[in-house]
Design a protein around this ligand. Sequence first.
Ligand SMILES: CC(C)(COP(=O)(O)OP(=O)(O)OC[C@H]1O[C@@H](n2cnc3c(N)ncnc32)[C@H](O)[C@@H]1O)[C@@H](O)C(=O)NCCC(=O)NCCS
Ligand SMILES: Nc1ncnc2c1ncn2[C@@H]1O[C@H](COP(=O)(O)OP(=O)(O)OP(=O)(O)O)[C@@H](O)[C@H]1O
Length: 214
Amino acid sequence: MFLVGLTGGIASGKSAVSSMLRELGCPIIDADVVARKVVEPHTPAYSRIVYHFGPEILLENGEIDRQKLGQLIFANEEKRKLLNSITHPEIHKAMLKEILFYFLRGYRYVVLDVPLLFETRRLTRFLNHTVVVYCDPATQLLRLMQRDGLTQEQAEQRVAAQMPLNEKRGLANHVIENSGSREDTHRQTQRPDAERGRKTISVPASVNAPGREG
Ligand SMILES: CC(C)(COP(=O)(O)OP(=O)(O)OC[C@H]1O[C@@H](n2cnc3c(N)ncnc32)[C@H](O)[C@@H]1O)[C@@H](O)C(=O)NCCC(=O)NCCS
Ligand SMILES: Nc1ncnc2c1ncn2[C@@H]1O[C@H](COP(=O)(O)OP(=O)(O)OP(=O)(O)O)[C@@H](O)[C@H]1O
């Protein structure tokens, strides 16, 4: 089975690109979605978060207050490491299960959308290919502030909590440039861009029909 790791920086456009790939019929496993599931009430990670961060981290309905937890961990490296140590093993286990699910259904490739792929390196050994969604730092900051309603300082804090995007760019097999329009990015998901010397991804959706040999 061919496993592609899709990564990038916060708000660099991973979800935008993964939606485009999904439209091509490509199965996507989204680490942010998995990360939400593994901290639902009554899970082991949920209990450990409440134990370490206290009941004040909960909403009235008992779920984790993600906004509050985000404010805490992006402002404090120790707390971020603690949360990562609780959540990451659970996230990776759940993602491996999802890969198995697709494998058993006959899919020949899956894209894993993982923001912290190169930071944790836990999943990289399973991957055949890595793709970074890049955008320039000023655009990244602006998109992040606009999307999440953050001040510049808060947005900078979140960007600083990750490996610099330039560094990730150097580690990937392919780069999708997302500083420009959505149309430009969309074009890069449709065909190899070799003639312009760029490293991009092209996913042949037709070869990934369920039921085919894995
Ligand atoms: C801090 C939390 C509660 C904030 O939740 P919220 O719903 O506001 O944001 P969401 O989960 O959609 O994450 C948005 C983006 O923040 C960045 N991010 C999230 N967690 C981290 C982290 N621990 N370190 C650096 N960047 C992070 C990623 O780029 C992610 O795409 C949540 O992100 C979380 O539980 N993080 C720890 C688990 C984790 O590392 N998730 C990332 C996928 S592996
Ligand atoms: N090419 C583009 N042009 C304009 N806006 C864009 C473009 N690509 C993404 N955006 C916007 O930028 C914001 C960040 O994009 P997106 O949510 O896809 O990033 P992400 O990498 O998945 O973020 P996160 O790491 O936080 O999950 C969103 O509001 C999205 O609509």
